[in-house]
Design a protein around this ligand. Structure first.
Ligand SMILES: Nc1nc2c(c(=O)[nH]1)N[C@H]1C(S)=C(S)[C@@H](COP(=O)(O)O)O[C@H]1N2
Ligand SMILES: [Mo]
Length: 391
C-alpha cells in the first residue's frame, strides 16, 4: 500500500483490518469504506464524523455514516457461530439464541432509526469540554432490519422486577486487556419494549458493516447512540439501573440543576440522558457556496427530535430576525428523521448566514445560541448555520 501511495503510512500497524487509508478511497470499500470527505477525529479508537453536506440522503448510506468507537473493533468475528444470550436478575432462566434462531423464530421488522452521538455538537460548547470535538455530523439515519427486542424478551420470560436492560459487545479495550470493559450501556425496560427497539443483523438491506457492529447490534432510535450496542453478544435484564461501563460516573449524564458554563458539580448531582433534543442540519448547499442572488436558492436538510416528531421547520438568512417556514416531510416511521426543504431569494449580493431551526411536536424549538452548557459537552442542539455568498 505504501508503494501505491508513494509515502510511508504513519501508524500503518494500527489500521484496523479491512480499513483503507483515506488516500485509497477512490471507490468505497463495500464493508467499511467511507466517503473521502469524512472527517477523522481520532484513529485509536476510530471516530469519524460526517460533514453536514454528506447527510443529504434520506437514508444514510454506510459510506457516509459516522463511526464512534470507544474501543477496538473485535479482532475476529465468527458470524456463523455468533450467539445472543439473554440473562440478568430479571429473567426466569437465561437463554441463548443463534443468529439463525433469531431470523427464523421471530418476525422481522425494518425501521429507519436516528442514531445521534450524545456528544454531537460538542465542538461548539464554550468553554470547551473534553472528548471528541464533534461538529454536526455525529448522526445517521440508516434502515435497520432485525427482530423486536420485546418479542425475544417475551420468549425468554421476565420477572416483574425488570427495570433496565444492559448490553455487552465483543469489542476490545484500547489497551487490548480483555478483562477491561469498553462500554456496556442500556435503557429502561419501557424503552427496550418499544416496537422500534431492534436486535438487528442488517443495515440498508445488507449485513451490518464491521465498523457498525457486524454481525448483531442493539438499535435504539432517538436516545444517545451509545445505547445502541455494537457486536452484541449478551443482553442482561436488570432489576436496577444497569451499572455497566459508561453507565456510572458522569458518562452520558448531565447536571440535574443547570450550571454556569465551566462548573462541574459532584457525581451524585448528574442524571442519565434519555431522549435526545430536537435538532436539524442543513445538508444543501454546502457552507461556502457561491450563490446567484437573482435565482431562487434551494435549501434542504434533515430534522429529528429524539422520541418526538418534528412539527415545524424554519430558516433565516438575517441572523434570526425573520424566519421562513419550510416544507417538512413526515417520518418514514416513528424515530426516523424528516426531510425539510424550501426556496429563498437572497435580497442582494453579499455575505449571508443561513440558520435552520426545528420545532418538535411538544412545541419545543432548537435554541439559536449555545444551549445549557454541561461538563461532558452533551446535547448541543443549537441551530446549524452555514455561510453563503451572493455573487
Ligand atoms: N460495542 C460498542 N457499541 C457501541 C460503541 C462502542 O464503542 N462499542 N459506541 C457507542 C457510541 S458512543 C455511539 S455514538 C454509537 C455509534 O454508532 P456507529 O459507530 O455505528 O455510528 O455506537 C455505540 N455502540
Ligand atoms: Mo456516542
Amino acid at each position: 500500500m505504501a508503494g501505491l501511495l508513494g509515502t510511508e503510512i504513519a501508524l500503518a500497524d494500527r489500521l484496523p483490518r479491512h480499513y483503507l487509508p483515506l488516500a485509497f478511497r477512490l471507490e468505497p470499500d463495500p464493508m467499511t469504506g467511507k466517503h473521502k470527505d469524512m472527517i477523522v477525529l481520532n484513529d485509536k479508537p476510530w471516530n469519524i464524523e460526517t460533514p453536514a453536506h454528506l447527510l443529504d440522503d434520506p437514508v444514510t448510506p454506510a459510506e457516509k455514516m459516522f463511526i464512534r468507537n470507544n474501543g477496538l473493533i473485535p479482532d475476529s468475528i465468527d458470524a456463523a457461530g455468533w450467539t445472543l444470550t439473554i440473562n440478568g436478575e430479571s429473567v426466569n432462566a437465561p437463554k441463548t439464541y443463534t443468529l439463525n434462531d433469531l431470523k427464523k423464530r421471530f418476525k422481522t421488522y425494518t425501521y429507519q432509526l436516528v442514531l445521534e452521538c450524545a456528544g454531537n455538537g460538542r465542538a461548539n460548547y464554550s468553554p470547551q469540554t473534553a472528548g471528541n470535538q464533534w461538529g454536526e455530523g455525529a448522526v445517521s439515519c440508516a434502515e435497520w432490519t432485525g427482530v423486536r427486542l420485546k418479542d425475544i424478551l417475551a420468549d425468554v420470560g421476565l420477572k416483574n422486577d425488570a427495570v433496565y436492560i444492559g448490553y455487552f459487545g465483543k469489542d476490545l479495550h484500547v489497551s487490548k486487556d480483555p478483562t477491561k470493559p469498553v462500554i456496556s450501556r442500556g435503557v429502561p425496560i419501557q424503552k427496550a419494549m418499544e416496537d422500534e427497539t431492534l436486535i438487528a443483523w442488517a443495515m440498508n438491506g445488507k449485513d451490518i458493516p464491521v465498523t457498525h457492529g457486524f454481525p448483531l447490534r442493539l438499535v435504539v432510535g432517538g436516545w444517545p447512540a451509545s445505547v445502541s450496542g455494537k457486536w452484541l453478544h449478551t443482553l442482561s435484564v436488570r432489576n436496577k439501573v444497569h451499572d455497566g461501563a459508561k453507565m456510572t460516573g458522569k458518562s452520558y449524564k448531565v447536571p440535574v440543576n443547570p450550571v454556569e458554563p465551566g462548573v462541574d458539580p459532584p457525581e451524585d448531582q448528574f442524571k442519565i440522558i434519555e431522549s435526545m433534543p430536537v435538532k436539524s442540519v442543513i445538508t444543501f448547499p454546502k457552507t461556502g457556496a457561491l450563490i446567484d442572488p437573482d435565482k431562487p436558492l434551494t435549501l434542504r436538510g434533515q430534522a429529528w427530535a429524539g422520541d418526538r416528531a418534528v412539527k415545524q421547520m424554519f430558516v433565516s438568512y438575517d441572523f434570526g430576525a425573520t424566519w421562513l417556514p419550510c416544507t417538512l416531510k413526515a417520518p418514514r416511521n416513528r424515530l426516523a428523521w424528516q426531510q425539510w426543504s424550501t426556496e429563498v431569494k437572497l435580497p442582494r449580493k453579499g455575505y449571508y448566514e443561513i440558520w435552520a431551526r426545528a420545532v418538535d411536536d411538544a412545541g419545543v424549538s432548537q435554541p439559536m445560541v449555545m444551549p445549557q452548557w454541561n461538563p461532558e459537552g452533551y446535547c448541543n442542539n443549537a441551530c446549524h448555520r452555514i455561510a453563503v455568498k451572493g455573487v
